[in-house]
Design a protein around this ligand. Structure first.
Ligand SMILES: O=c1ccn([C@H]2C[C@H](O)[C@@H](COP(=O)(O)OP(=O)(O)OP(=O)(O)O)O2)c(=O)[nH]1
Length: 270
């Protein structure tokens, strides 16, 4: 088995092997395939496949998220070739891990599906139509017999044009246990804890204020009561004094009337 390169690769590749074939896409011994229309992200808000086009040109893969990407080109592998696929170094060096791979069977025809995982700390943005994938072709020493070729009967990916729903369902069905998903959960719990602490402090503050107010009010009530008792006692004393003044003035009145009467008698004696 030998890998095709240089002139051999240029002679071998055409529109039948790779749709939208462009010779300029041959880089060293590989051909560059570009990002197609369909992508599925595990954190997609509506949980649906996203369609990339001229209006919606990019897909952003968040840290810790898993994504399915599909090539724009359809690849058809003849019976005497085996192909190998990978993702370019640039997105991989940002943290993108190519989970799927790594071969394309003799007889396979369809778009290629890549599953990737963002193991890096930052969001990775990929653009529609940009070349991110590489494919190498190796020549088999012998052609495969037709019943050995990858085909429609018994093979799942032949003629794939879109992201199969079984993979989307599988990725939707569980929680993602990636480090960044766990970090997000820890941050959410911390946020709830901080909120609870704040509420607890607020509650304690309100309880202390209410307690102080009740104490203040009961002190004021006690002082008011004591003042009333004092006032009542003072008033009582005052009334007693008035009464005694009154009784004194009555006896003085009596003496006055005796004096007046004695003055009115001729001898001064009644
Ligand atoms: O990352 C990959 C790997 C493979 N393929 C395509 C090309 C390959 O020829 C075909 C089947 O690959 P494989 O034999 O590894 O998959 P399988 O799970 O055994 O599927 P099947 O039951 O269809 O053979 O799927 C992809 O699109 N992406």
């Amino acid at each position: 088995m030998a890998f095709l390169g240089g002139r051999d690769l240029r002679l071998f590749l055409n529109n039948k092997i790779i749709s939208d074939y462009q010779e300029t896409r041959i880089k060293q011994a590989a051909y560059e395939l570009s990002l197609g229309e369909e992508v599925y992200r595990t954190d997609a808000i509506d949980g649906k496949v996203e369609v990339l086009n001229d209006k919606n040109r990019t897909v952003t893969i968040n840290p810790g998220q898993f994504t399915l990407l599909m090539t724009k080109e359809t690849v058809t592998i003849p019976s005497d070739k085996l192909a190998f696929i990978s993702i370019k170094a640039k997105p991989k060096l940002k943290g993108l891990v190519n989970v799927s791979g790594f071969h394309v069977d003799p007889g396979f025809s369809g778009k290629l599906l890549f599953s990737v995982y963002n193991a890096g700390p930052s969001t990775i943005t990929l653009r529609h139509d940009e070349p991110y994938f590489l494919i190498w072709f190796a020549e088999l020493k012998q052609n495969l017999l037709s019943n050995d070729l990858y085909n429609n009967s018994g093979n799942n990916h032949q003629d794939q044009k879109g992201i199969p729903s079984e993979y989307i369902d599988a990725l939707k069905s569980g929680e993602l246990a990636s480090p960044s998903a766990l970090l997000k959960k820890i941050k959410d719990v911390e946020k709830i804890k901080i909120n609870n602490e704040y509420l607890l402090k607020l509650f304690i503050g309100i309880a202390v204020t209410i307690g102080l107010k009740i104490m203040w009010d009961s002190n004021a009530e006690q002082k008011g009561y004591e003042m009333r008792v004092l006032e009542e006692r003072t008033l009582k004393n005052l009334y007693e004094q008035i009464d005694s003044i009154k009784s004194n003035s009555i006896s003085l009145g009596n003496i006055d009337s005796i004096i007046r009467e004695s003055k009115q008698t001729p001898n001064g004696i009644k």
